[in-house]
Design a protein around this ligand. Structure first.
Ligand code: C5P
Length: 301
């Protein structure tokens, strides 16, 4: 049996615009995404056999069947690999669910990377990204992580040079938002004028001063999602009233504040009237062929 441990980092969106609905039912997006150190952890055991099983710790009510993206990832991987295997995945959840942080996509990407590594890297990173795009819009980005400009329905990933490091307070009040519903609501509401461009946002991030970012961060979903998420909306107001640059992530309802200085982030965390996760920006560790962020690898038998 081969055991592989993978971490699955969440992502935040610094910038997110949504275009028209396409004939395939998806929407074109343009988004700047960054992986952060808030992560799930997956232990993947690969052995002889013909099964895929999933065990989840740290989250209730999550499906352990085919509609869990971690299981789906193993199925898609095996389909391309062409041989049955016995796969057991232990998923330790820390990323809030249905929160706009791509937790499920991060888990799926970690399964693709972990299986690839356990089997001696039969696939390139690009092939893993293509596999991810077969069953989710954010999975290709999560395979590689770091900072990227993503277009198409999200699956076209243009990696960008890392920015200076940022520190995040990430807050989720348990208001879950369906991505599908959030996208479909936009079809009924007129397109908002954007005051920034993705290029302007990236250039501001490169300068490394989080206190000047507020005018550059943008999320098209804020106007439609926040009115029915009073907790998220209130937390965002608190962040901004304390002078932090802050935004909702993805289709919500998680919100975050961004800092260029760790101390500032921790000082603000200490005075907040609600719970936050502290996280840092994480960039891919591009080793040999795999590009995965791995904690450890064990083999026995
Ligand atoms: O691709 P993913 O499974 O993450 O998307 C969930 C749902 O969100 C899709 O079924 C679709 O309704 C909507 N979506 C969209 N446009 C995108 C991404 C997602 O309309 N670019």
């Amino acid at each position: 049996m081969t055991r592989t441990v993978e971490i699955a980092p969440a992502k935040i969106n610094y910038w997110l615009s949504v275009g028209e609905k396409r004939p395939d039912g998806y929407h074109d997006v343009s988004t700047l995404m960054q992986t952060v150190s808030l992560c799930d952890r997956l232990t993947i055991d690969v052995s002889e056999g013909d099964f895929i099983t999933l065990e989840i710790r740290g989250a209730e009510g999550l499906s352990m069947g085919q509609d869990n993206l971690a299981v789906r990832a193993a199925q898609v991987f095996l389909h391309h690999y062409g041989h049955p295997l016995g796969i057991h995945i232990l998923l330790e959840k820390r990323i809030p669910i249905a929160g706009g942080l791509a937790g499920g996509s991060a888990d799926a990407a970690a399964v693709l990377r972990g299986l690839n590594r356990a089997l001696g890297c039969p696939f390139s990173i690009e092939q893993l990204m293509d596999m991810g795009a077969e069953f989710g819009s954010d999975i290709s980005f999560c395979v590689v992580g770091g900072l990227a400009h993503c277009t198409g329905r999200g699956e076209i990933v243009e990696p960008l040079e890392p920015t200076p490091k940022y520190y995040f307070l990430i807050a989720n009040g348990g208001e879950s938002v369906s991505t599908q519903v959030a996208f479909s609501e936009l079809d009924a509401s007129p397109s908002m004028r954007q005051f920034t461009s993705v290029q302007d946002c990236y250039e501001a991030l490169i300068r490394g001063d989080a206190s000047t970012l507020q005018g550059q961060l943008y999320n098209r979903f804020e106007d439609s999602v926040l009115p029915r998420c009073p907790i998220a909306s209130g937390m965002l107001s608190v962040f901004r009233s304390l002078g932090a640059s802050a935004l909702m992530s993805g289709s919500g309802s998680t919100v975050y504040a961004v800092f260029s200085n760790e101390e500032e982030a921790k000082n603000m965390q200490a005075i907040l009237p609600f719970k936050t996760h502290y996280a840092e920006s994480v960039f891919p560790i591009l080793d040999d062929k795999a590009g995965q962020i791995a904690l450890e690898e064990e083999e026995d038998g």
